[in-house]
Unconditional design. Structure first.
Length: 547
């Protein structure tokens, strides 16, 4: 062993003092003593190296065995194991290990241990199955305190439901403030199937009143400690190359947007293709097109309703400047096929031929009509959406990063439903138009077009929240008329969700620790055209942790 040879050399160096002039007899007499002295010196040296933690006990015992010395002597004094020698006749030899030799010994010991670890695969990831390295995990937990403050002069729940054409009892409260704690948890797994293909799934919290909501993964706490449920939020396969990708399954929202058209928690069914050419280091573009099923209807002689689809396309441009400045532009067209309701024919009675044209989920705001208006069943109600929806949506985000580490960000979003057609609606809903409610101007949703929305926001602070004390402040305004977008897919954070809302918001993001932040947000929202009064101010206190 290299280390043992160096130790032996270090101990034998003093023997050079005997010199060639020593007589043969003297050398013979001295040899036996020298050997014993070397053994004692070597044992003492190794014990000193163990005490100084230069050597481990196991390595020291191995070295003693290779030198022909009983390793048990390491635990006790050398004199107790080897008979004492007569005092030296002339030269007192004191073993000495130079510092350079000690450093070399440490390096050699380290290399020998590492070599042994590699040979025996100590903690080597290669000892695990190869497929494990292809997986990555991510997730987040958000604990939210939410306080909903209802205006004291709000109209009764019955009036709200009647105007919004909601089933009776859909609005439980309009005047009593509500306090609650909510949780949203996400856990995602992504598998790298090959260099070009990934597959992923994500689970989210899902229970109670939000169990069928596509726009929120929040669950309310305070249910006698009952366990919360989970659901698949994502399940997709993605094929990607440097400039394009193809995504299919249940996917993230692939379009540049704010919460004006799409809720931030919304994920989409279907397929989407994206092409992202780059023109220079600063400029790039994007083209995204998607086909998204909304409802599949099993046809037959008793069902004449058609499948509901979303056809979407967006073109965009992006710029990255110096100092973290950036600009992103998007222009999208969303065509909702067959999302509008259809009136059941009068004959035969109670036929239910177009019952499946009603939406599976809605919040509140859109102009609705009773699909069963010609039914013979007294009081029968099933509401469908009155307008078609073909949306033109323009989005811009600009960030000025010249004040490092602070940035100023401005975003604006505009949407218009060009599918609203008064004559087409009147022809399709027929006699159901007579029961449409009147808004605050005395007109119905058929008589008064309300199909525009916009949103803007300004934010100032650190670009990202990576450490304690980093912060961002923001403020904005949001205005969304009742038939601007389908109310089932927009954000639920303004006047408890839906369209026909306007109001401002302010807030603060504050870093609590790495990957942990606090968000304080205040939203003041009220109706635009709703004849009965409904104003709700909401305070959100969110603690967010990502991993």
């Amino acid at each position: 062993m290299i280390m043992l040879r160096r130790l032996s050399l270090a101990v034998l160096l003093p023997l050079g003092a005997l010199g060639p002039a020593t007589s043969s007899a003297q050398a013979t007499a001295t040899t036996g003593e020298s050997v014993e002295q070397i053994r004692i010196s070597l044992l003492s040296l190794i014990r000193a190296l163990v005490d100084q933690k230069v050597l481990t006990v196991a390595n020291a015992e191995q070295m003693l065995r290779e030198a022909g010395i009983d390793p048990a002597l390491l635990a006790g004094p050398a004199a107790g194991a080897v008979p004492p020698l007569p005092p030296p006749r002339s030269v007192v030899r004191v073993p000495y290990v130079p510092e350079v030799v000690k450093r070399e010994l440490r390096d050699e010991i380290r290399q020998e241990v590492l070599a042994q670890a590699r040979a025996e695969r100590w903690g080597d990831p290669g000892t695990l199955p190869a497929w494990i390295s292809r997986f990555s995990f991510d997730g987040s937990v958000r604990v939210r305190g939410q306080y909903d403050a209802f205006a004291a002069d709000n109209s009764s729940p019955a009036l709200i439901d009647a105007f919004q054409q909601l089933p009776e009892g859909s609005t439980p409260n309009t005047t009593d403030d509500r306090e609650r704690i909510r949780v949203r948890a996400r856990l995602g797994v992504t598998a790298r199937v090959s260099e070009e293909v990934r597959a992923g799934v994500r689970l989210v919290t899902n229970s109670g009143g939000d169990s069928n909501s596509p726009v929120s993964a929040n669950v309310d706490l305070g249910r006698f400690n009952q366990r919360q449920g989970v659901a698949f939020d994502l399940a997709y396969i993605e094929w990607s190359r440097p400039t394009f990708s193809l995504l299919g399954g249940r996917t993230v929202n692939p379009y540049l947007t704010t919460d004006l058209v799409w809720a931030s928690d919304l994920t989409m069914d279907g397929v989407a293709f994206s092409y992202r050419p780059r023109f220079s280091l600063a400029w790039g573009a994007s083209i995204t097109a998607g086909l998204h099923p909304l409802r599949e209807v099993a046809g037959g002689p008793q069902t004449l309703a058609s499948d509901k689809w979303l056809y979407a396309a967006q073109v965009g441009a992006g710029w990255r400047g110096t100092g973290n400045s950036s600009l992103n532009l998007g222009l999208a067209y969303y065509d909702f096929k067959n999302i509008e309701g259809r009136l059941n024919p009068a004959d035969p009675a109670d036929n239910g031929l177009y019952n499946a044209s009603a939406p599976l989920f809605r919040q509140r705001g859109n102009t609705m009509f009773n699909i069963l208006a010609q039914s013979s069943s007294t009081g029968a109600q099933l509401f469908g959406i009155a307008s078609k929806f073909q949306l033109v949506n323009a989005t811009v985000n600009y960030t000025l990063g010249r004040f490092d580490p602070y940035r100023i960000s401005v975003s604006a979003d505009y949407v218009r439903n060009i599918g609203y057609d008064r004559d087409e609606i009147a022809a399709r809903i027929g006699t159901a138009a007579a029961s449409l409610p009147f808004d605050r101007t005395g007109l119905t949703g058929l008589e008064r077009r309300r199909s525009t929305g916009y949103r803007y926001e300004v934010q100032f602070g650190h670009g990202v929240l990576e450490a304690f004390g980093q912060w961002q402040v923001f403020a904005g305004y949001r205005y969304l008329e009742r038939d601007a977008v389908p109310d089932g897919f927009t954000s639920g954070d303004y006047r408890l969700g839906g369209t026909d809302t306007k109001g401002g918001f302010v807030g603060l993001n504050y870093g609590l620790a790495r990957n942990t932040s606090l968000t304080l947000r205040y939203v003041a929202a009220e109706s635009i055209d709703l004849a009965p009064r409904l104003q709700v101010d909401t305070v959100f206190v969110d603690v967010n942790a990502r991993f």
